[in-house]
Every structure is written in structure tokens, then in C-alpha cells.
Design a protein. Structure first.
Length: 214
């Protein structure tokens, strides 16, 4: 226990750093994922092409490479921001591709007649998507979206290699101080377990309230 008690503030800073990365990147991923899913089912061809390209590129790019591109590439074009902001951008954009596909799969479960009926009532594409299709699709995508955000929380560990304060990066500090590396990783694992269980519990509540009955 002394590994934890002697370095509680260090673990606490790392834990809060991971929570912040997870929350901010999750919000960005959900917003972009919703937008790209809308593009992918839009009646405008250029939007569908853009959405498809976004998903194809990001899903097939290693996350570490994306971190390098964002954190080291963007400053070369004059965009200088704190590394934590760059990390949120990398995590959020990467995860948005998976959120997009989860939402699109949910949209595809909604009978085509629902959208056609909405348009026959005079609704625009945006209105039918927002008021008719997405509320029904949301119910079926709660589990996969939850799983994707759990993966995001674990992927945030990559940010530690780019000078961003997060949970996994605490092992370097404690290793230099001579603490047992095994117990250091045990407490790091406990921290990630707390975060992922919290996300899982939240989506279990959402699924019980709004999920599709099986």
C-alpha cells in the first residue's frame, strides 16, 4: 500500500488527467461521430464521400501515428496549442470514426419507411433524421457506443508519451524514485478499472432506460 499512500497526489494527478482526456475526447467523438454519420446517410453525394473518407482514413490509421501527426505536425503549420488539447483532438477524431459506424449501423436498423413517412409529411432530411430516425437508432447503439468510449479511456494512455499528464505515465516517475514497478502497475490498473467501470455503469443505466428489449 505504501506505493499508493506515499504517492497519492501523483496517482491523483494522473487519474484526473485521464478522466479529463476521456471526458473531453468523448464529447468531441460523439459530436463528430454524429456529424459524420449524418454525412454518410445524407442525400448529398459530396457529404457521403467526405464522411466515408473520414471514417476510412481514421479507422485505418494507427492511433500512435495520429498522435504524431497532430501533436508534432500541426505546430509546423502555425497551430500551437497545449499538448493536452492536441491529445483530445487526436483521441476525439480517431474515436469519432468508430462512433460514426456504430450510429450508422443503428440508423440502418430503422425501417426505411420511417424516413419516407417523415418526408411525406413535409419534413426535411435533417428534421426526419433528428426527430424520427436517430431517436430510434439511439436505442440500439447504446452498447457499442459505450464499448467504444471504454476503449477511448484506455487509448488515452498513449498521450503520456507526449508529455500529457495521465495515469499510465505515473509509472515513470515512481520507477525513478525506486518504487516496486509491479505494484505501481497494479494501482494504475485499478485506476483504469475505476474509470472503465464508471463508463460501463453509465451506459448500463442508459440501456436499461432506453435500450431495445431483447
Amino acid at each position: 500500500m505504501n506505493v499508493l499512500t506515499d504517492n497519492f497526489s501523483t496517482f491523483g494527478d494522473g487519474f484526473l488527467g485521464t478522466v479529463e482526456l476521456t471526458v473531453y475526447a468523448s464529447v468531441l467523438a460523439l459530436v463528430l461521430g454524429f456529424l459524420m454519420a449524418s454525412f454518410r446517410v445524407a442525400p448529398v453525394g459530396s457529404l457521403r464521400v467526405f464522411g466515408t473518407a473520414w471514417v476510412t482514413v481514421l479507422r485505418n490509421t494507427p492511433l500512435t501515428l495520429l498522435f504524431f501527426a497532430v501533436l508534432l505536425g500541426l505546430p509546423r503549420f502555425g497551430l500551437v496549442l497545449p499538448f493536452k488539447v492536441f491529445a483530445v483532438l487526436a483521441l476525439g477524431c480517431y474515436t469519432s470514426a468508430f462512433i460514426c459506424e456504430a450510429l450508422r449501423s443503428g440508423i440502418n436498423t430503422v425501417p426505411r419507411g420511417q424516413g419516407e413517412a417523415a418526408r411525406s409529411l413535409g419534413m426535411s432530411f435533417g428534421q426526419s433524421l433528428r426527430l424520427v430516425v436517430l431517436p430510434q437508432a439511439f436505442r440500439s447503439v447504446i452498447p457499442p457506443v459505450g464499448s467504444t468510449l471504454i476503449a477511448l479511456a484506455k487509448n488515452s494512455a498513449i498521450a503520456g508519451a507526449f508529455s500529457v499528464t495521465e495515469l499510465l505515465g505515473t509509472y515513470r516517475t515512481l520507477s525513478e524514485l525506486g518504487y516496486n514497478i509491479v505494484w505501481t502497475f497494479v494501482w494504475i490498473a485499478v485506476g483504469y478499472l475505476i474509470i472503465t467501470l464508471a463508463i460501463s455503469a453509465l451506459f448500463n443505466v442508459l440501456e436499461r432506460k432506453w435500450g431495445v428489449a431483447r
